[in-house]
Design a protein around this ligand. Structure first.
Ligand code: SF4
Ligand code: SF4
Length: 58
């Protein structure tokens, strides 16, 4: 299980990055990098995203 960002939906607001307890989301300009090795699947980012741009994938 991992998270995935729907890049065509994301507006680069940075909200997900701000609530990640592991700093697993790095917003650099208009690209959101996911550090899957750091993610603990707390789903904070999914809950906070205003556009529902983050989903869980198997
Ligand atoms: S699920 Fe939690 S740990 Fe993983 S990227 Fe989102 S906020 Fe960070
Ligand atoms: S909270 Fe959602 S819209 Fe904002 S940067 Fe994260 S994935 Fe993109």
């Amino acid at each position: 299980m991992a998270i995935r960002v729907k890049r065509e939906v994301c507006c680069y607001c940075g909200g997900c990055s701000a609530v990640c307890p592991r700093n697993a989301l790095d917003l650099i300009d208009t690209y959101l990098y996911i550090r899957k090795d750091l993610c603990i699947m707390c789903k904070n980012c999914i809950k906070v995203c205003p556009l529902k741009a983050i989903e869980v994938v198997e």
